[in-house]
Design a binder for this molecule. Sequence first.
Ligand SMILES: *[C@@H]1O[C@H](CO)[C@@H](O)[C@H](O)[C@H]1NC(C)=O
Ligand SMILES: *[C@@H]1O[C@H](CO)[C@@H](O)[C@H](O)[C@H]1NC(C)=O
Ligand SMILES: *[C@@H]1O[C@H](CO)[C@@H](O)[C@H](O)[C@H]1NC(C)=O
Ligand SMILES: *[C@@H]1O[C@H](CO)[C@@H](O)[C@H](O)[C@H]1NC(C)=O
Ligand SMILES: *[C@@H]1O[C@H](CO)[C@@H](O)[C@H](O)[C@H]1NC(C)=O
Ligand SMILES: *[C@@H]1O[C@H](CO)[C@@H](O)[C@H](O)[C@H]1NC(C)=O
Length: 448
Amino acid sequence: MTKYLSAVVCAVLLAHYASGAPAAIANGTSSSITSPTLSQNSASPSPTVPYASDDPNYPIFPVDSPPADPQPIRGSLGGTILGPQNIPIDQENPDLLAPPTTDNGEVLSAKWPFSLSHNRLQTGGWARQQNTAQLPKASNLAGVDMRLEPGAIRELHWHSTAEWAYVMKGETQITAVDQNGKNYLATVGPGDLWYFPPGIPHSLQATAEGNGTEFLLVFDSGDFDENDTFLLTDWLAHVPKEVLAKNFQTSQSAFNNIPGQELYIFPSDPPSSNATAPEDPQGQVPNPFTFKFSNVTPTQYSGGTIKIADSTTFKAATSIAAAEVTVEPGALRELHWHPTEDEWGFFLEGQGRITIFAAQSNAQTYDYQAGDISYIPASNGHYLENTGNTTLRFLEIFNSGIYQDVSLSQWLALIPPALVKAHLDLPDSLIDNLNKSKLGVVGPKSTA
Ligand SMILES: *[C@@H]1O[C@H](CO)[C@@H](O)[C@H](O)[C@H]1NC(C)=O
Ligand SMILES: *[C@@H]1O[C@H](CO)[C@@H](O)[C@H](O)[C@H]1NC(C)=O
Ligand SMILES: *[C@@H]1O[C@H](CO)[C@@H](O)[C@H](O)[C@H]1NC(C)=O
Ligand SMILES: *[C@@H]1O[C@H](CO)[C@@H](O)[C@H](O)[C@H]1NC(C)=O
Ligand SMILES: *[C@@H]1O[C@H](CO)[C@@H](O)[C@H](O)[C@H]1NC(C)=O
Ligand SMILES: *[C@@H]1O[C@H](CO)[C@@H](O)[C@H](O)[C@H]1NC(C)=O
């Protein structure tokens, strides 16, 4: 076995020198002499396989100022499009049109723009959704983008999944009553969250503030369908009126004006922003269903910020955790993965690209703009690079009570340096200076 291996290594080495490849082995040897922290006899890994390509693999054009005539050409690869072309979509997706040469195989279903979802228009607002019908692999989470004009109500309802929300604009007033008859009412603004446990009945309503409200809803099941919720009006329209009268111990005529079908979203008078819940003899829910995420101070990194809301701070949110991340132009949300949970991402502003590494040499790069959803399965390695010239702001959302990630850089910093050297043959100075903290978001740095 050993004999066989060394024969192969020898053959590859010979082929390597014969082909006149760059003398990276020599660089490695000389640098290891300067560093006492590394084992002198660390073998270089490169003789056994070819080197990775030196192509920097930038996007083929800047997404902020794309060419009028984008073409699938990267260096000597590709060729012009002769057939029909949807130019605006190609302009938004340089890394799909002409992928980095590091991409290989396929990583399906990682992008969905809400712009491609069916929109349900009602008097008072609208709602559009993404679930497994749009992204078949997004099995753990689904999303809804909803708009309510001032005073409009998303009617009293409940569903078997938990509901998590991020307010994007305006003010939303929510109400809920839990299984113990404890009630809750609160008004939340931009950057704030709410969470309803499965089956808890609730309502959403825009106040008079601003021009109504728009929010992102996320559910802890990929199969969630906004049309499959239990609506107050829909239920009562399907109960015999004799039974309604008996249940409320009144005459049937009390129900003369109830709607004959669901309302879903409908206009109404705006509630006061400072409204409070009616007096409840059972008291209020033990853990508030809203969280002032906008008041949380983010952790500052060299290239941006991260702040986290999970059940350690937003106690009610036992099945959905989230991070709000900003990435400055040219900066990078560091190479990392989430050990057990799929990531459902949402782009709030700016643009960026993500390469998803799905093992077995499969890797694919997607470009994202504000309003797009990303989906990255658990443990798939990835980064997020700001490819625009404005701040990129996005949400990472998980079907879990706890936020978790693993940093590539931190991992390599906390194992024996010789082990890192043996795999990657990096300069010793780089290995010696690996940061033992997570990098979070790393600032732009010339890679020339
Ligand atoms: C290694 O040496 C080659 C040839 O001298 C040079 O082109 C390359 O940049 C060096 N690599 C590193 C990592 O120093
Ligand atoms: C972003 O950069 C493009 C050129 O790449 C430029 O046309 C555009 O004005 C810039 N936008 C801002 C907000 O700086
Ligand atoms: C407010 O919303 C209404 C209805 O959605 C829209 O017609 C109007 O243009 C908006 N006004 C402003 C100032 O955004
Ligand atoms: C949801 O129901 C509404 C009203 O019946 C309908 O207009 C809409 O197309 C449905 N949406 C989906 C995704 O089925
Ligand atoms: C609530 O707000 C209204 C104006 O919207 C104001 O008149 C009223 O005094 C406020 N009530 C409290 C208790 O702050
Ligand atoms: C290591 O990274 C942290 C951020 O995670 C940063 O605050 C610190 O300055 C870095 N240390 C060095 C030596 O770069």
